[in-house]
Design a protein around this ligand. Structure first.
Ligand SMILES: Nc1ncnc2c1ncn2[C@@H]1O[C@H](COP(=O)(O)OP(=O)(O)OP(=O)(O)O)[C@@H](O)[C@H]1O
Length: 252
């Protein structure tokens, strides 16, 4: 199990000392209003951005000590900037997830192909394999990009709004699958009810800082919702699972 530590990370003008510790095998969510710094925090973890201060550690080792290839073998990311600009097929996009595991000359093996096929079918996207990625719908693209991250067989998964574009059935399926992987997960989620249901711990960000961290029931309180998100909410236990769920007061 590989843990992730975001330790006092600053990014000039955006993050003001963000600390998030994700224990090996745990699923942690980052929530917060628009512009609070969630994606920027993740970008520091998946190495798209170099923090101006603080350190990110993967399995206890500062990212700066790992080559990009070493960290890509450990960690996969679904990002807000996961663009595919050229007209690759779905199978080709998912096969990119295997690149960190291949050495210069050996190319794609049968095992690589099997891993990719399995990742696609777990994302309910096997039927899309031969399609042009650019011809897919938003939700289909999202599922293929998650399949690419799974094909990387990571020990750590970093997800920026994985449920974006997904219908409710696929939202629930993807989050259940992610939980069931048994690996370390750090995910940004906008849907607080899904965050409460699927995350072991939540970190609430506001204005470039983590303002509260803990178990969903300790974090998603009416006070926090009013102070951070500026909404009035009632917390009720889910009638089946018992996890805290939020009912928002409508603004009419
Ligand atoms: N490259 C950049 N240059 C200038 N400002 C930036 C840059 N990247 C992000 N920001 C600003 O930093 C703040 C935090 O952005 P970030 O994308 O991390 O927020 P977020 O919490 O993920 O928001 P959202 O919920 O809207 O996705 C925002 O005000 C954003 O405009």
């Amino acid at each position: 199990m590989v843990d992730v530590e975001v330790d006092g990370v600053t990014v000039a003008g955006i993050l003001r000392g963000v600390t998030v510790s994700v224990g090996g095998g745990e699923v942690h969510g980052i929530v917060g209003p628009n512009g609070s710094g969630k994606s920027t925090t993740l970008r520091c973890v998946y190495r798209a951005l170099q923090p101006t201060g603080g350190v990110v550690r993967l399995g206890g080792r500062p990212l700066a000590e790992l080559t990009v290839r070493e960290s890509a073998r450990e960690m996969a990311a679904l990002t807000q900037d996961s663009h595919v600009e050229f007209d690759f097929t779905v199978a080709e996009v998912v096969a990119m997830g295997r690149l960190p595991h291949q050495t210069g000359f050996d190319g794609e093996t049968r095992e690589d192909r099997e891993i990719c096929a399995s990742a696609l079918s777990r994302m309910d996207a096997a039927h899309l394999s031969g399609r042009s990625f650019l011809s897919l719908s938003g939700g289909e693209r999202q599922r293929v990009l998650i399949a690419r991250a799974l094909a990387q067989e990571p020990n750590v998964l970093v997800l920026d709004e994985p449920t974006n574009h997904l219908d409710i059935s696929h939202q629930l399926a993807v989050l259940a699958l992610v939980r069931g992987l048994g690996i370390t997960v750090l995910t940004v989620l906008h849907d607080l009810n899904l965050a409460a249901a699927y995350c072991d711990r939540l970190h609430v960000m506001d204005d470039g800082l983590v303002v509260v961290s803990g178990k969903p029931e300790d974090v998603l309180t009416p006070d926090v919702l009013l102070e951070v998100f500026r909404v009035k909410a009632h917390v009720v236990p889910h009638p089946v699972s018992g996890v805290p769920q939020l009912l928002f007061e409508h603004r009419l």
